[in-house]
Design a protein around this ligand. Structure first.
Ligand SMILES: Cc1ncc(COP(=O)(O)O)c(C=O)c1O
Length: 505
């Protein structure tokens, strides 16, 4: 680094020093990571006061060109783009919009960090997330298993697994599928890095860009995203309390000739509804007649709080048209990123080839922990425990809505799953309610997030599994107060501007 002072210049010394160092940084003569000489040393070599050098370094810091690191003094940072602008010989910033692939252009940002941040704040009651309270998970049991793995130096969980997953875990999943009415062979099972990966894989393996897929409307937002990102045209089929309006399906099948129907027959996200048995039968018949595959997403299969769940489509599928997805996210922990798929073994082979390209295999450690948890009987003990807990939480939310909601609001009492779907009172739009509720420190996901087009602003999805039981009544009370506030005010003031959000799944 070279610094020469012009003692005849009107420019103050500190500016001369800062200017020369800046030029050397931007031209690349001094590279990021270079340590500037200590202030006293540079001051001594130039025969000036240390404060002058200190001020020069402060200027550079203010421009983001250098930073202080403990034990390293003042270090050169990567030059800022703005500073580099106009400098000859600099390579311009990559033309991102031209570089991004068609696939990338098809993806919208759908996880809104603001809401997530808000939902994670300790003083906020969150009905927004799609996860359970962390303390409901089997942390002790899993910690014990992980400890054993380390103690026994069992490398199985730390090395590669087959792409389809450990065969012992696939066997365990076959056993898990039996109460769901499915008697499969482990060749028909593949582990996934979350069941969401199964939706993505299906979109790539089974569909061409331009193909059409039908989804219930509203539906699980990331599924719509995955399909659209693969260039698939997504068409919504209306729903009611008994699930997809299968009675409306035939003309839709004739008109659009879809290749796939994505459905969540059990404890639907976001509505909590169940597809009736009659409709399940009709759906399969129509799928066979029109040669359409069904992607059955059974994420909430085990979480039935009253009676027994209805038979899965997969269990009723005699012709192999159903690709079945489920997950450990909703019954153990979502961060394990472990779900599974059951499909015809020919399809599984292709899925496995595609998954191999994507991520080689799902986490061996997660697989190993979950396998042990299932085989040691932990999962069988855990599921009734969480079902009891969530039943109580669901009832607490339902009762609180009964107590506090305006008389023209409507909501359901789902038999299972994670969500209550609430129709807002007249004149209350979910997008406006979001801001009002956030002021009262309670958050939810507006219905609009789950629709293909501009719809759903009269609904909210309320998750009842995440918030502590003691907060559910208070959260609903605050939410209902916000509804009443909006209902009473006809004015749309500036503060009431709709808040733009997308869902936390
Ligand atoms: C219907 C549905 N499918 C899939 C998922 C994602 O599950 P995973 O964590 O296994 O990817 C969710 C999570 O919210 C869901 O609601």
């Amino acid at each position: 680094m070279k610094v020469l002072l012009n003692r005849d210049s009107d420019i103050p010394f500190y500016m001369q020093i800062a200017g020369q160092i800046k030029r050397q940084i931007i031209s690349g003569e001094i590279i990021p990571g270079f340590r500037l000489p200590p202030e006293r040393k540079l001051a001594d070599s130039l025969g000036i006061n240390r404060t002058t050098v200190l001020n020069a370094y402060r200027e550079l810091k203010a421009e983001g060109l250098v930073g202080s690191r403990v034990g390293q003094g003042t270090v050169v940072l990567s030059p800022l783009r703005d500073e580099a602008a106009g400098m000859e010989n600099r390579v311009p910033e990559p033309p991102w919009n031209q570089i991004f692939s068609k696939y990338a252009h098809g993806i919208n940002s759908f996880i809104v960090k603001d809401l997530l941040t808000l939902a994670n704040r300790k003083d906020v009651i969150s009905f927004a997330t799609g996860i359970a309270a962390p303390d409901s998970g089997p942390i002790q049991a899993l910690a014990g298993i992980e400890h054993d793995i380390v103690l026994q130096k069992n490398y199985r969980g730390l090395l590669h697994s087959p792409t389809e997953g450990f065969s012992t875990l696939r066997e365990a999943i076959c056993a898990l599928m039996q109460p769901r009415g499915v008697y499969c062979h482990h060749d028909e099972v593949m582990l996934l890095s979350g069941s969401q990966q199964g939706i993505d894989l299906t979109s790539r393996i089974m569909l061409e860009p331009g193909d059409i897929a039908l989804v219930e409307e509203p539906s699980f937002f990331p599924a719509i995203q995955a399909l659209k990102a693969a260039g698939v045209r997504v068409v919504g089929v209306p729903m009611d309390k008994r699930g997809m309006r299968v009675d409306m399906l035939e003309p839709i099948l004739h008109r659009y000739r879809p290749k796939l129907i994505y459905t969540i027959p059990n404890f639907h996200n976001p509505t909590g509804s169940e597809m009736s048995l009659e409709r399940r039968k009709q759906l399969l018949e129509l799928a066979y007649k029109h040669r359409v595959l069904i992607l059955e997403d059974d994420a909430y299969a085990e979480l039935c709080y009253d009676g027994q769940p209805l038979p899965t489509l997969k269990s009723m599928d005699s012709e192999g048209y159903v690709i079945y997805l489920s997950t450990f996210s909703k019954i153990i922990y979502s961060g394990l990123r472990l779900g599974w798929m059951v499909a015809h073994k020919k399809a599984i082979k292709k899925f496995a080839a595609a998954k191999q390209i994507m991520d080689l295999h799902s986490s061996s450690l997660s697989q190993w922990i979950v396998e042990r948890f299932i085989l040691e009987g932990g999962l069988n003990v855990h599921i009734p425990v969480i079902c009891n807990e969530y039943r109580v939480k669901r009832d607490a939310m339902y009762d609180a809505l009964t107590q506090y909601a305006p008389s023209d609001a409507q909501w359901n009492r789902p038999r299972g799953g994670y969500y209550i779907w609430c129709r807002l009172p007249e004149k209350v739009a979910a997008s406006r309610l979001l801001g009002k509720a956030a002021e009262r420190k309670v958050v939810f996901v507006p219905g609009t997030a789950f629709y293909l087009a501009e719809q759903g602003d009269d609904y909210v999805r309320l998750n009842f599994t995440f918030a502590p039981l003691k907060d559910i009544g208070e959260g609903v009370k605050r939410l209902c107060e916000a509804m009443k506030d909006l209902k009473d005010s006809n004015d749309v003031s500036e503060e009431d501007e709709p808040v733009e959000i997308s869902p936390i799944v």
